[in-house]
Design a protein around this ligand. Structure first.
Ligand code: FAD
Length: 575
C-alpha cells in the first residue's frame, strides 16, 4: 500500500466519484488542497468571486445535471460564506459536497486565526456534516459524503478537513463500497400500500395529482406523463414540481399556492382525492392548513419519512422513490371518468387565466413569453421575488427546458451564479438568468466569472427600481408605507414617499455600463418592440455573457395571491 498525502487522496477520491469540475476559492487552510489540484487535467477548478456565489454555482450545476456539485473553500470566512448556499440547497434537496479547510487539529477550539466550527454552524441546515479527525478516516468519509449527498432525499454534505490531516501521509486506498448502519434510504415501494392508494384513486370523481420537486429529482417526468395520460387525472404542481409533466400537456392545470393560479387552487379545494407525490406541503402551498383539501382523501408518496404528515396529515403514506412508485402504478391504474371534472377545471382556467394585460407595453409576461418562443430548450434560473414568481407563472417547461429557483429558502442572489453553474454543466444549452434589480446586485460580481469562463449566459434584469415583492406587500397590506424598499432612494428624498415619479433620482448603477465594464454585452430595453432584437443579439454571443436590462412598470404586481393565513379558496385575483 502506498502512502500519500491527505490532499492527494482527496483528489483521487474526487476523480473516482466522477467529479470533473469543482467550484473553489483558496485560502490559508485550503492551500494544500488546491496545491494537489494543480497541474492535473481531470478536474477543472472554477473560481467564482465570492463563496456565496460559489455554492450557488455548484447548486445550479447539480440541479441542472443531476450530478453532485462540489465546493472547496478555506476555513473561517470562506466556510461561513457558504452558509446561505448550503441552506438553499438543503431546502430544495440539492446534492452538494462542500469541502472546507480547517485549522490544524491541535488548534481547534483555540479561537485560532480563521477558525470557525463550520460543522456546528451547518448542522441544522445540511444533510450531514463532519470534521475529519484521523487521516485514516479520510477516504471513508469522502465516500460516505458523496453517497449521502446523492441518495434518498438529496442534500448538501459538509466535510471539514484540518490542515494537519490534509498534509498527513496515509493509505492511498479509496473505498468502493459504503455501509452506513444508520442510513439506509428506501429503494423499493410497499405494494400493498400502493394498491390501497390506487383503489381510492380509482373510486374518485374529482381526483388531482399534486406533484412536487421530488418527481423531478427522481427523474420521473416520463413515467408521470404516462400515468397522467393513462388515468386522465389532472395535474397540479408546486413551483418546484413545475415541469413534472410538460406544461403544454392538456391535463396540466398549473401551480398551486399563494401565487398559484385560480384553477389549481380551486381544484385543490374541491377535489375528493389528492394524490401527492414528492412535495413537502410547505406553507406557501397550503394556505390555511385546516381548509386545505379538506374534503379529500390525501395520499402522499415521498422518499423522506420526515416529509410525510409533517404539515398535512395524510390518509395513505407511502415512503418510496417517486420514479419507482409511479412506474409501479402504471401497472395498476386505469382510465377514470374525469370528463366532467376536467370540464369544470377548464372553465376555471378560462375564467381566470394568469395574464398581465393591464400593464401595457413591456411587461414581465411578454419578456418571459419571448424567452419561451426564442429559447425552447433553455435552462432558466431565477432570483427571488416578483421576477421569480412571474417566471414560475409564465415560463413554459417542455422538452429539455428547466427551471432552477430557490424555492424553500428564497435566496436573493441565486440567479446569476446558478446560471453560471448550469452553463458549465450544460454547455450546449442556452442558459438564462431572470433577476430583479435587487437580487442581481447581491452577486453581480459573478459577471467576472462568466467572462473568465467564457460563458454566454443571458442575464435578464427586470428593473422596477424596487425590492418589488416586499413593495407589493407594503402596497397591499401596509397602506403603501414603502419602508426601505425603494432602490432609487437618496438621503434627500422625503421619508414618507408613496408615489415615486419623474423627479426620482436616476437609478444606480447603470447596468449597461456595468456589463460593459466587465467585458459583457449590455443592452437596455424600454419598449416591447425591442424585445426580440435584444434576445437575438444575446443569442449570437458565444463567449461572453449578455446583460439585458428591461425597464418595467415600477408598480407591476404579481397576481393572483392568497393573503397570509387565508385558505387557497380566498384568492385576491387582481393585486
Ligand atoms: P421541495 O421543497 O423540493 O420538496 C421535495 C420533496 O420531494 C421533499 O419532501 C423530498 O423529501 C421529496 N423527494 C426528494 N427526492 C425524492 C424522490 N426521489 N422521490 C420522492 N420524493 C422525493 N411554491 C409554490 O408551490 N407555490 C407558491 O405560490 C409559492 N410561492 C413562493 C413565493 C416565494 C416568494 C418564494 C421564495 C417561494 C415560493 N414557493 C411557492 C416555493 C415554496 O417556498 C417551496 O419551495 C415549494 O412549495 C416546495 O415545493 P415542493 O415541496 O414540491 O418541493
Amino acid at each position: 500500500m502506498n502512502q500519500i498525502k491527505g490532499t492527494d487522496l482527496l483528489v483521487k477520491a474526487l476523480k473516482e466519484e466522477g467529479v470533473d469540475l469543482l467550484f473553489g476559492y483558496p485560502g490559508g487552510q485550503a492551500i494544500d488542497l488546491f496545491n494537489s489540484l494543480y497541474g492535473q487535467n481531470d478536474i477543472e477548478v472554477v473560481l467564482p468571486r465570492h463563496e456565496q456565489a460559489l455554492v450557488h454555482a455548484a447548486d445550479g450545476y447539480a440541479r441542472s445535471t443531476g450530478k453532485v456539485g462540489v465546493c472547496m473553500v478555506t476555513s473561517g470566512p470562506g466556510a461561513t460564506n457558504l452558509v446561505t448556499g448550503i441552506a438553499t440547497a438543503n431546502y430544495d434537496s440539492v446534492p452538494l459536497v462542500c469541502i472546507t479547510g480547517q485549522v490544524p487539529t491541535n488548534l481547534i477550539g483555540n479561537d485560532a486565526f480563521q477558525e470557525v466550527d463550520i460543522v456546528g454552524i451547518t448542522r441544522s441546515i445540511c444533510k450531514h456534516s463532519v470534521t475529519v479527525r484521523d487521516r485514516e478516516d479520510l477516504g471513508r468519509i469522502i465516500k460516505e459524503a458523496f453517497y449521502i449527498a446523492r441518495t434518498g432525499k438529496p442534500g448538501p454534505v459538509v466535510v471539514d478537513i484540518p490542515k494537519d490531516i490534509q498534509q498527513a501521509y496515509g493509505s492511498d486506498e479509496y473505498p468502493s463500497q459504503v455501509n452506513i448502519r444508520s442510513y439506509k434510504p428506501s429503494t423499493g415501494v410497499h405494494e400493498g400500500q400502493l394498491k390501497k392508494a390506487v383503489k381510492i384513486l380509482n373510486a374518485s370523481k374529482r381526483p388531482v395529482f399534486l406533484l412536487g420537486g421530488g418527481v423531478k429529482i427522481a427523474h420521473a417526468q416520463e413515467a408521470m406523463t404516462k400515468l397522467a395520460q393513462q388515468t386522465q387525472v389532472p395535474v397540479i404542481t408546486t413551483i418546484m414540481g413545475k415541469g413534472a409533466i410538460p406544461t403544454d400537456h392538456p391535463l396540466y392545470v398549473g401551480n398551486i399556492g399563494i401565487h398559484g393560479n385560480y384553477a389549481s387552487n380551486t381544484a385543490i379545494s374541491q377535489c375528493d382525492v389528492l394524490f401527492s407525490i414528492g412535495t413537502r406541503f410547505n406553507d406557501r402551498i397550503t394556505g390555511k392548513i385546516s381548509e386545505f383539501a379538506k374534503n379529500a382523501s390525501i395520499i402522499h408518496i415521498d422518499i423522506d419519512t420526515a416529509s410525510i404528515s409533517r404539515n398535512i396529515v395524510v390518509d395513505i403514506p407511502i415512503v418510496a422513490d417517486a420514479n419507482v412508485a409511479i412506474t409501479k402504478m402504471l401497472e395498476y391504474t386505469k382510465p377514470l371518468d374525469t370528463k366532467d371534472w376536467l370540464a369544470s377545471i377548464q372553465t376555471w382556467k378560462d375564467s381566470y387565466p394568469i395574464q398581465m394585460n393591464r400593464y401595457p407595453g413591456l411587461n414581465p409576461e411578454k419578456i418571459i413569453c419571448q424567452i419561451n418562443d426564442m429559447f425552447p430548450d433553455a435552462i432558466v434560473s431565477t432570483d427571488v421575488g416578483q421576477n421569480q414568481l412571474w417566471a414560475t407563472q409564465f415560463l413554459s417547461l417542455t422538452g429539455k427546458k428547466q427551471l432552477l429557483t430557490s424555492g424553500g429558502l428564497g435566496t436573493m442572489g441565486y440567479g446569476l451564479p446558478a446560471a453560471i453553474g448550469a452553463k458549465l454543466g450544460n454547455p450546449s444549452q442556452p442558459v438564462i438568468a431572470i433577476s430583479g434589480d435587487g437580487g442581481f446586485q447581491m452577486n453581480l460580481q459573478e459577471l467576472a466569472t462568466a467572462i473568465c469562463m467564457e460563458l454566454p449566459v443571458i442575464i435578464c434584469i427586470l428593473n422596477n427600481s424596487w425590492l418589488g415583492n416586499v413593495r407589493q406587500w407594503q402596497e397591499m397590506f401596509f397602506d403603501k408605507r414603502y419602508s426601505a424598499t425603494c432602490l432609487r432612494y437618496r438621503r434627500g428624498c422625503i421619508h414618507d414617499c408613496k408615489n415615486p415619479d419623474k423627479c426620482c433620482p436616476p437609478y444606480t448603477p447603470d447596468f449597461v455600463k456595468l456589463a460593459e465594464s466587465y467585458g459583457a454585452l449590455g443592452i437596455r430595453v424600454e419598449r416591447e418592440e425591442d424585445l426580440k432584437a435584444a434576445f437575438a443579439a444575446a443569442g449570437k454571443e458565444t463567449k461572453r455573457p449578455t446583460v439585458i436590462e428591461f425597464l418595467i412598470d415600477p408598480e407591476a404586481n404579481v397576481s393572483p395571491m392568497v393573503p397570509t393565513g387565508k385558505p387557497l379558496s380566498e384568492m385576491v385575483m387582481d393585486c
